[in-house]
Ligand binder design. Structure first.
Ligand code: PLP
Length: 394
C-alpha cells in the first residue's frame, strides 16, 4: 500500500515505543521494571473521576462540545492563570485541546508555512521536532550543554536565527532534563524574541512539579511585551495524574487561538466531553492531592538521585522539576564497551529487565532518560539491576 512521504519520514515516539516494548515483555511473563513513561503512577484523584461519572450519568457528556472546549472549562483556565500566576486573560485567549500534545500540533499547523523555522533547544521533548515537520516547518536545534544545566542562551539562539525563524520553544521545567530557567534567563530570551518578532512557545506542563525549594517562573509573567508574544501550553496530565483523559490547553494571542480552534473543528471536533468535565473538577476542585503527589515525587528524587549518580561512569545533574533523571552515560558506555546509548538501553532491557529510554530521541545520544514516576521498590530494584549490569559488563 502506498504511504505518504510524511508518514514514512515521521519518527515514532521513542518513549511510547519503549513503554510498549516493556509492556509486551511483561505480558510474556518477564519481570520487567519499566522506567519509561512520562506519566504519574498515581490514579487520577477520586473527586475528578467522580465528576466525569456524574457528567456521563446525567447525559451532559453525551454531545459534541464547542471546538475550543466547554465555556466553563475555558473560564476555569482563565481563573487558573490568574490564581497561580497573576495573569489576566480573556476566555477567547484560551483553548482546550486533546492533551497538550494536540495543543502543540494545532499550534504548529496554525502558525507554520512550508520552510518556516522553529528554534528548539536540545535536549527536547520527543514530539516537538516531528510535529514541526508535520506542519512542513523546519526544526532548528540549539544545544543546551549539561555544563550549562542544559539551558540555552541568547547568543546561541541568535546564532540559530534566520529570516525564516517564526518561533522559539522553551520547556521549563524540562522533559527530559528537569531543569528550570530563572526569571533573568527567561527575560533575556523573551526580550530577544520580542525584539525579533518571534513567537515564544512556553511549554509549562511541569510547572507545578518543582522540588527542593526551586521555583518555576512562567515566561508569560516576565513582562507585558513578552506575554503578548507568548503562547502558553499546559494541561492536566502531569499535575493531576490525568494522562489518559487527554486534556490540555493553550493560552495566548486570540487570532492564533481561533486558528487552532478551526483546525480542531476540522480534525478532532473537540476534546472528549467527559474528560472536559473531569478537567473542570481538576482545576476548580480541591487541590490537596496535587501537593501530595508533588511531595511523593520530591521524596523519590532525593532518594534516587544519589543512587543513580553513583553508577560507575555516570554524570548526572540534579533535576529541579518534572519527574525524570537524565544521566550522561558516556563514561559508563566507555567502561562497558558500548559506542551508543540505544544499544546500551536495549541490552539493559534484555539482560537486566530494566526498561529506560534512549536519549537519542531527545537529541542527546549520550544520555538515558529514567522516569521516577514509579513506586520506590521498583526504583530501588531498577537501580540495583542497572548497577549490577554495569559491573558485569565492565
Ligand atoms: N509537553 C511535554 C514536555 C511533555 O512531556 C508532554 C507529555 O509527555 C506533553 C507536552 C504532552 O502532554 P499531554 O498531551 O498528555 O497533555
Amino acid at each position: 500500500m502506498k504511504l505518504s512521504k510524511r508518514a514514512m519520514q515521521l519518527e515514532p515516539s521513542v518513549t511510547l515505543a519503549a513503554a510498549a516494548k516493556a509492556k509486551q515483555l511483561k505480558s510474556e511473563g518477564y519481570d520487567v521494571l519499566s522506567l519509561t513513561v512520562g506519566e504519574p503512577d498515581f490514579p487520577t484523584p477520586e473527586n475528578i473521576r467522580e465528576a466525569a461519572v456524574t457528567a456521563i450519568r446525567s447525559g451532559e457528556a453525551s454531545f459534541y462540545t464547542q471546538a475550543a472546549g466547554i465555556p466553563e472549562l475555558r473560564r476555569a483556565v482563565v481563573d487558573y492563570m490568574k490564581t497561580y500566576y497573576g495573569l489576566d486573560y480573556g476566555i477567547e485567549e484560551t483553548i482546550v485541546t486533546d492533551g497538550a500534545k494536540f495543543a502543540l500540533y494545532a499550534l504548529f499547523q496554525a502558525i507554520l508555512d512550508k520552510g518556516d523555522e522553529v528554534i528548539i533547544p536540545v535536549p527536547y521533548w520527543v514530539s516537538y521536532a516531528e510535529q514541526v515537520k508535520l506542519a512542513e516547518g523546519v526544526p532548528v536545534f540549539v544545544e543546551g550543554l549539561q555544563e550549562a544545566d542544559f539551558k540555552v542562551t541568547v547568543p546561541q539562539l541568535e546564532a540559530a536565527r534566520t529570516e525564516k525563524t517564526v518561533a522559539v520553544l522553551l520547556n521549563s521545567p524540562s522533559n527530559p532534563t528537569g531543569m528550570i530557567y530563572t526569571k533573568d534567563e527567561l527575560r533575556a530570551i523573551g526580550e530577544w524574541a520580542v525584539e525579533h518578532g518571534l513567537l515564544i512557545i512556553a511549554d509549562d506542563i511541569y510547572g507545578r512539579l518543582v522540588y527542593n525549594g526551586n521555583t518555576f517562573t512562567p515566561m508569560a509573567t516576565v513582562s507585558r511585551e513578552i506575554r503578548k508574544n507568548t503562547i502558553v501550553i499546559n494541561g492536566v496530565s502531569k499535575t493531576y495524574a490525568m494522562t489518559g483523559w487527554r486534556i490540555g490547553f493553550a493560552i495566548g494571542n486570540k487570532e492564533i487561538i481561533a486558528a487552532m480552534a478551526k483546525i480542531t473543528s476540522q480534525s478532532t471536533s473537540n476534546p472528549t466531553a467527559a474528560s472536559q468535565y473531569a478537567a473542570l473538577e481538576a482545576l476548580t476542585g480541591e487541590q490537596d492531592s496535587v501537593e501530595l503527589m508533588r511531595q511523593a515525587f520530591e521524596e523519590r528524587l532525593n532518594k534516587l538521585y544519589p543512587l543513580v549518580a553513583a553508577i560507575p561512569g555516570v554524570k548526572l545533574t540534579k533535576p529541579q522539576g518534572a519527574f525524570y533523571l537524565f544521566p550522561n552515560m558516556a563514561g559508563t558506555m566507555e567502561l562497558c564497551g558500548y559506542d551508543n546509548v540505544t544499544t546500551f538501553v536495549n541490552d539493559l532491557l534484555e539482560d537486566a529487565l530494566v526498561a529506560t529510554v534512549t536519549g537519542a530521541g531527545f537529541g542527546a545520544p549520550e544520555n538515558l532518560r529514567i522516569s521516577y514516576a514509579a513506586d520506590w521498590d521498583t526504583l530501588e530494584e531498577a537501580v540495583r539491576r542497572i548497577t549490577a549490569f554495569v559491573e558485569k559488563k565492565r
